[in-house]
Ligand binder design. Structure first.
Ligand SMILES: Nc1ncnc2c1ncn2[C@@H]1O[C@H](COP(=O)(O)OP(=O)(O)O)[C@@H](O)[C@H]1O
Ligand SMILES: [Mg+2]
Length: 382
């Protein structure tokens, strides 16, 4: 299973863009997410929409276009480029291939040629996803007590991973509350049981169709508000859903509810990493100790469970040292307190880790995200 492939077209000719729009409209698995008239606009559009495929015109400035193609492929790992041109000059075709272009399509566009090229690229992307199986990492964000910043961290972490060019998905497993969609300004329409077929198994194409795409490139899975669908799926079905996601994405981030029910337990078991969110407050210390005790009984070690101390401020009544001593566990990551930035981002529907990192919170979470990006852009860092 792979999610729908987002595509942009870069061409100064409005008529050609219209033709592309029409051709792509009917192709399953492909979605045109933007159009640009020139290379400068294309660069901006790439940052904004994070496409997997670019249809790039070579008619006007072929050399500049090809050097952009090369640059983009380095900047956005996994990006594919189709060149479009009326010229059949062997030199140009050769240069295009050298720049890493996957297909060279003739202008005017021939529908069959385009369809064949799209089929080929979809298969290629699918194969890449299959080959990355097992390398997909699952990061569960959890705290036994609500209100400490689990949703804020999971959303901004997932966006930071996507912004760094990873194929990332966030799943909101706090079914009834659905805070993640609000922070991403997305409107989910499904309930989780919609992805289950009549035999009780997960239908991968329905799951794929249920994923929403955020402008950062992040994918989202979650229920519509107050749908009450959590009871409608079993822990085993949730296990299947999560393994599907892990097989298709480099990173799966889970926003978990605050209890140890069967769904949460399943997610925690599957997770490669658990980020246990805490704050330097007495009431939190108790909840954190309890969670750590449960994790210990499940056999999770310090490699799997990392404490994130959130909302750090000079006004904290207990120090990090005292906190560590009391819970008997080290702190791995720190995020400062900055209520204003957090609330502004939530109200504006734009996560802090998208675009320019303005706040200390955004910078800390982006740094944390770096820990989950290996040099080749995939797999968990140790
Ligand atoms: N680093 C931070 N600084 C200040 N306020 C924060 C920070 N992180 C989260 N918050 C605030 O804490 C509250 C709870 O955050 P949320 O992410 O919804 O927690 P949870 O999902 O654990 O219930 C929210 O009002 C949020 O804006
Ligand atoms: Mg929450």
């Amino acid at each position: 299973m792979i999610p729908t492939i987002p595509v942009i077209v870069v061409d100064s000719d409005g008529g050609f863009r219209k033709a592309v729009r029409q051709h792509l409209g009917g192709v399953a698995g492909i979605q045109l997410v933007g159009e640009a008239e020139n290379l400068v606009a294309a660069q901006e559009l790439l940052l904004k929409t994070r496409p997997r495929l670019v249809l790039l015109d070579l008619s006007t400035k072929p050399e500049e276009a090809l050097s952009s193609a090369e640059k983009w492929r380095n900047e956005f790992p996994g990006l594919k480029v189709f060149a479009t041109s009326a010229s059949k000059k062997p030199d140009l075709i050769l240069s295009a291939m050298r720049a890493g272009v996957s297909e060279y399509l003739s202008k005017p566009l021939e529908v069959n040629e385009l369809r064949t090229a799209l089929d080929r690229i979809m298969r290629e992307i699918e194969t890449e996803a299959v080959h990355s199986q097992g390398t997909g990492q699952m990061i569960a964000v959890f705290s036994k007590k609500g209100g400490l910043g689990v949703t804020t961290l999971s959303v901004n972490l997932a966006v930071a991973l996507a912004a760094a060019g990873q194929q990332a998905v966030i799943a909101d497993l706090a079914f009834d509350i659905g805070d993640v969609a609000g922070q991403l300004d997305l409107q989910p329409e499904i309930i989780m049981s919609d992805v289950i077929d009549k035999h009780g198994a997960v239908d991968s194409s329905r799951l794929q169709a249920s994923l929403l795409r955020h402008p950062s490139g992040l994918y989202y899975l979650g229920e519509k508000e107050a749908a009450g669908g959590a009871d409608a799926i079993t822990a085993k079905q949730l296990h299947q859903i999560l393994t599907h996601l892990r097989d298709s994405f480099q990173s799966v981030v889970l926003d978990l509810p605050h209890g140890f029910d069967s769904h949460t337990y399943e997610a925690l078991q599957l997770a490669d990493r658990i980020l246990l969110v805490a704050t330097a407050e007495l009431s939190t210390v108790r909840a954190t100790r309890y969670a750590l005790q449960v994790f210990r009984s499940l056999g999770y070690d310090e490699h799997k469970v990392k404490i994130v101390l959130n909302r750090l401020s000079r006004k904290d009544l207990i120090s990090e040292e005292q906190f560590c001593e009391t819970v008997g566990y080290p702190v791995s990551f720190r995020i400062p307190s900055d209520y204003r930035s957090v609330i502004e981002a939530v109200n504006g529907g734009e996560p802090m880790t998208m675009g320019k990192l303005k706040s200390g919170v955004a910078k800390s979470i982006s740094q944390l995200a770096q820990q989950f990006i290996s040099p080749n852009g995939a797999g968990p860092a140790s």
